[in-house]
Design a protein around this ligand. Structure first.
Ligand code: CDP
Ligand code: MG
Length: 700
């Protein structure tokens, strides 16, 4: 323990923190930043005047690191040391060291902008450049000016972008904690393998058979590949000749692993046993697994990317950056000299890999973040001018403003509305928080809470890719089908059936649903309903609505609330095309995901309009979780688009503000033209939609 580099520098760290409001600390992964800095400052008395907060971009890291620190201090997790992640708070009055996700700290700052309960805020893993950490960086810069005397901010990073962060904080000191990494030999492939899963598998088995003891860490791009790899490895290892090599233990490691499975990675391996740890990039820097000597690096990572001009997410497997490749290799040299097998040629590393990864703020939809910033009420806040370490593109900010305007969170002058304020207080994405507010008005809050909770808990209805048609059919016929209205309604019905079954976990397994996520959704639902009862204006209304029984068989109120909530995520004119259900979306056809339960009505007609929860480009663009909505609800939203002027929405005054050059080459005027084009397009669209609606009505 005493050998952790951060501990060796305890005095230096304490002195620097004492003398400066902001300090950047750079240290190799595994040097003790996440587990030790909080303890050092605790020992030095900083918990006497407040709590020490340590933010983590990943939920699993917040949980696992706090567990470790509680263990080291010999206290019960949730008491002196605790954690808070969305929908799960394990802290108490006693808590003085609190690990929390960066998103949770942002949320806390809404009700307490000065974050007065904290004496120290450690923004950990800043190199990950998560969207929320980036926003926190901007907020901390403001906060230290108002709370400079009694707030300490530490920013930690595993990689060397410290100078940039220090510049951002007017040249604050940077402490470099020298690492104790052993040399890692890097072995490159001659060419890129055609199948990196097979190639990783072969490499891992080669190491196992030929090389001395030491665990093997294999980087995969996602849970699917990890599962495949784990089962293939287990099979192959079992088939090795008895006694030809040591025992093996294969362990997966990724963000959605149940806690009891995560812990296994941190416990000691049995003697004479080699561990294969098959992980996502979570093992790059946020979790350190001891004992790794061999690393297998495919050179890929799965990345979600939002395109503001199409409103579409894509989930792409992309090449990692040089920084990531070096971090991965570094995992092999923690305890002794190690080896990294790079499944790509050196030329790919040198010529194709970017130096650093693109920060999340530049590849995400920003609606939630912009709503958050607007709700802070900072006197001088013009969103387009907020002080970001790396600013997002102007296009993406404008896209966010447009989304917020369409769902009434901001008015046409960019001012946050009463609705917007309430929305910001709900720990949900804007579409779902807006839905809840509307549902409260319409008297279907109970149902909407269920939909929001099941979507947040990511209940998957058809997890099996069973090739057996019979199994598939059985499985699907047992569950409610959304009465043809779509997937949101199906989720509601599933939850209601489970409720009827007295929340029996066996009901879940009988229906091929994960009991763990169903129980989680129940918990989320309870929390959401508590929050909304606290913040919505007429608590008695809310209560009566919570008691309301399902009566409308076409779920009309609920679908209307969803339509208002998803205002920006609508697609029109559903039809069958080449045997698939498709919708018109920004003058292209998009396929509705085959798993959707939305059906045509008794006349074989598909709905004119649908809303979608997610639009994601995988092999092709798919809409997931769609629900049928009515023309009459959509028209007012389309009307709103006509009035829209993005320059005004940013919250600045006068048109020059909108022209602030943030990575933007085009000037204001063509943009305006485009907007008015869009409006006249919409006019004809609205007319066409009206015509179709009337035609259908006449037919019925
Ligand atoms: O944050 P940083 O990467 O600098 O290191 P850390 O997470 O504080 O880890 C320091 C040491 O604690 C490493 O040897 C980890 O293996 C160990 N650790 C652990 O055993 N279990 C955890 N849940 C977290 C850390
Ligand atoms: Mg760490």
């Amino acid at each position: 323990m005493a050998t952790l580099p951060v501990l060796e520098f305890e005095d230096k760290i304490a002195e620097t923190v004492e003398a400066n409001p902001v300090v950047v600390i750079i240290g190799e992964t595994g040097s003790g930043k996440s587990t030790q800095l909080s303890q050092i400052l605790h020992r030095r008395g900083y918990t006497r005047s407040g709590i020490i907060a340590v933010t983590q971009p990943r939920r699993v890291a917040a949980v696992s690191v706090s567990r470790r620190v509680a263990h080291e201090l010999g206290v019960t997790l949730g008491e002196e040391v605790g954690y808070a992640i969305r929908f799960e708070d394990r802290t108490s009055d006693k808590t003085c060291i609190k690990y929390l996700t960066d998103g949770c700290l942002l949320r806390e700052s809404l009700s307490n902008p000065e974050l007065n309960q904290y004496s120290v805020i450690i923004l950990d893993e800043a190199h990950e450049r998560s969207l929320n950490t980036d926003i926190l960086l901007g907020l901390m810069k403001r906060l230290i000016k108002t709370r400079a005397t009694n707030l300490k901010v530490l920013i930690t990073s595993a990689t060397l972008d410290g100078v940039k962060v220090s510049k951002f904080f007017s040249g604050c000191p940077i402490l470099n904690i020298p690492g104790t990494l052993f040399p890692v030999q890097k072995l490159y492939s001659r060419e890129r393998p055609t199948n990196f899963l097979e190639s990783s598998l072969k490499t891992a088995l080669d190491i196992h058979v030929k090389e001395p003891a030491g665990d093997i860490l294999i980087f995969m791009t996602g849970q699917d590949d990890i599962d495949k790899m784990v089962s293939k490895l287990e099979e192959r290892v079992q088939n090795l000749e008895e006694g030809s090599c040591m025992d093996a233990l294969v362990l997966p490691l990724h963000g959605s692993l149940p806690p009891e499975m995560q812990v296994r990675v941190f416990s000691q391996a049995p003697p004479d046993c080699r561990r294969f740890i098959v992980a996502t990039n979570i093992a790059e820097t946020s979790l350190t697994v001891d004992g790794v000597v061999y690393v297998i690096d495919s050179g890929y990572v799965k990345q979600r990317q939002y395109n503001p001009s199409t409103g579409m997410y894509s989930l792409d497997v992309v090449q990692i950056s040089k920084v990531q490749a070096d971090q991965r290799a570094g995992r092999a040299g923690r305890t002794r000299p190690g080896r990294c097998y790079r499944l790509y040629p050196a030329s790919v590393y040198n010529e194709e890999f970017l130096d650093a990864s693109i920060p999340e703020i530049q590849r995400s939809s920003l609606a939630g973040s912009v709503l958050y910033l607007k709700s802070l009420n900072l006197p001088d806040i013009d969103i387009l001018k907020f002080d970001f370490l790396d600013p997002p593109s102007r296009e993406s900010l404008e896209d966010a403003l447009r989304q917020l305007y369409l769902i009434d969170a901001i008015d046409e002058n960019g001012k946050i509305t009463v609705v917007g304020r309430t929305m910001a207080e709900l720990p949900l994405e804007p579409s779902l928080s807006r839905t809840l507010i509307e549902a409260n008005e319409l008297g279907c809050l109970a149902q909407a809470l269920t939909v929001a909770a099941t979507l947040s808990a990511e209940i998957t209805v058809h997890p099996s890719r069973s090739k057996n048609k019979e199994t598939k059919r059985k499985r699907q016929s047992k569950l409610p089908d959304g009465s043809g209205w779509g997937d949101h309604i199906q989720l509601l019905q599933i939850y209601e059936s489970w409720d009827q079954a007295d929340y029996d976990p066996r009901w879940c397994s009988d229906n091929y649903l994960q009991a763990r996520s169903m129980i989680f959704s129940k918990n989320v639902r309870k929390q959401l309903s508590q929050i909304i009862q606290k913040i919505a204006k007429g608590p008695s209304d809310v209560l009566s609505s919570l008691r309301q029984k399902k009566s409308d068989h076409d779920y009309k109120k609920l679908r209307k609330a969803l339509c208002i909530g998803y205002g920006y995520q609508l697609a029109e004119r559903m039809l069958h095309h080449n045997g698939y259900r498709t919708v018109g979306y920004r003058s292209q056809l998009v396929q509705v995901h085959p798993s959707s339960v939305l059906e045509s009505d008794e006349n074989g007609q598909l709905p004119d309009y649908v809303l979608y929860h997610e639009l994601i480009n995988t092999s092709r663009p798919f809409m997931r979780n769609v629900c049928s909505v009515e023309m009459a609800w959509v028209l007012p939203i389309l009307k709103k688009l006509e009035k829209l002027d993005t320059n005004k929405l940013s919250g600045g005054s006068g048109s020059s503000v909108g022209c602030e050059p943030i990575e933007e080459k085009t000037s204001c005027s063509p943009k305006k033209e485009a907007d008015s084009n869009q409006a006249s397009n919409l006019d004809s669209k609205i007319q066409a939609a009206r015509d179709r609606y009337l035609a259908r009505k006449a037919k019925r």
